[in-house]
Design a protein around this ligand. Structure first.
Ligand SMILES: Cc1cc2nc3c(=O)[nH]c(=O)nc-3n(C[C@H](O)[C@H](O)[C@H](O)COP(=O)(O)OP(=O)(O)OC[C@H]3O[C@@H](n4cnc5c(N)ncnc54)[C@H](O)[C@@H]3O)c2cc1C
Ligand code: FES
Length: 255
């Protein structure tokens, strides 16, 4: 569908937030789902780019993205009032406690731009029960801390260079908070680089705490047709764009 761009602004370094008037996507999107975006009106680049649903406000949908290559560079040059061709919402998102469901402890773990789909998830869970662990390379690259706090979440940050929060990896924060999980039902939700997701999965296995992880694979179609985004799981090959991008961490066979 073609939707109108309300805003497209730089929020930090190479990170941009785009707000779209997209009532249909806003109505049906679930946390962890994504959209396939056509970054230019011509034929180059040919393939759409997958970007997570970052937030939904009424009939507006936000996407948070960083400039990586040609597609996201072109996207960053789009102006308010222009139209954008997108397909979505796509994929299978996070499973989370709804309404009055017993909630337990919900720990959201974000590495770098992995923070993008987790804000929408935090919005849907009982906030007093949400701990958000954000990891980034530097202080300037920490995104959404304010937004999570505004929602009432408990937020901890960590940076590779120690310029904000502790120095180290976001998974160190998880190890430090191992005591929080004693005797309380807990769920980990993670999005970020593969080594981080692997470390979260190992923690989840060791501590017997369930984890849902959002995987990234290069995608051509985004709708389950091309088999270009296969991941190996204990129950066979799965499509990241269809059965995922969110998977039970225990299911994934890591290379
Ligand atoms: C389900 C899903 C959700 C995502 N959500 C976000 C998000 O919310 N914000 C964000 O900044 N990024 C997100 N990404 C990563 C984003 O799709 C890539 O950074 C983007 O496609 C890069 O395109 P490019 O043209 O700028 O870069 P190029 O390097 O020119 O891309 C070349 C090709 O590789 C693919 N590609 C490159 N990097 C990735 C990657 N990490 N994952 C998948 N395909 C890749 C592109 O789609 C393209 O086909 C997500 C990826 C997936 C799979
Ligand atoms: S991208 Fe085509 S099947 Fe997943």
């Amino acid at each position: 569908m073609r939707v109108k761009i309300f805003k497209n602004e730089q929020v930090a370094g190479h990170a941009y937030k785009m707000t779209l008037a997209a009532p249909v996507i806003a109505k049906f999107a679930q946390p962890g789902q994504f959209v396939m975006v056509k970054c230019a009106d011509g034929i180059q680049p040919l393939l759409r780019r997958p970007l997570g649903v970052h937030n939904v406000k009424g009939s507006e949908v936000e996407i948070l993205y960083e400039i990586i290559g040609e597609g996201t560079k072109l996207l960053s040059q789009k102006k308010s009032g222009q139209a954008l061709d997108i397909i979505g919402p796509l994929g299978t998102g996070f499973k989370f406690p709804k309404g009055s469901d017993p909630c337990g402890k919900n720990i959201l773990i974000a590495g770098g731009m992995g923070v993008a789909p987790l804000l929408f998830l935090a919005k849907k869970i009982n906030k007093s029960q949400v701990l958000v662990l954000i990891g980034a390379k530097t202080k300037q690259e920490i995104l959404c801390k304010k937004e999570f706090k505004k929602l009432g979440c408990n937020v901890k940050v960590v940076t590779d260079d120690g310029s904000a929060g502790h120095k180290g990896f976001v998974t160190d924060l998880l190890q430090d908070r191992g005591h929080l999980f004693k005797g309380v039902p807990a769920m980990l939700y993670a999005c970020g680089p593969k080594p981080m997701l692997k470390a979260v999965s190992e923690f989840s296995k060791r501590r017997k705490i369930p984890a849902q992880i959002s995987l990234e694979e290069h995608m051509a179609c985004g709708i389950g047709a091309c088999l270009g985004c296969i991941v190996n799981t204990k129950s066979g090959q799965k499509r990241v764009c269809k059965e995922g991008p969110v998977f039970d961490a225990r299911e994934i066979i890591w290379e």
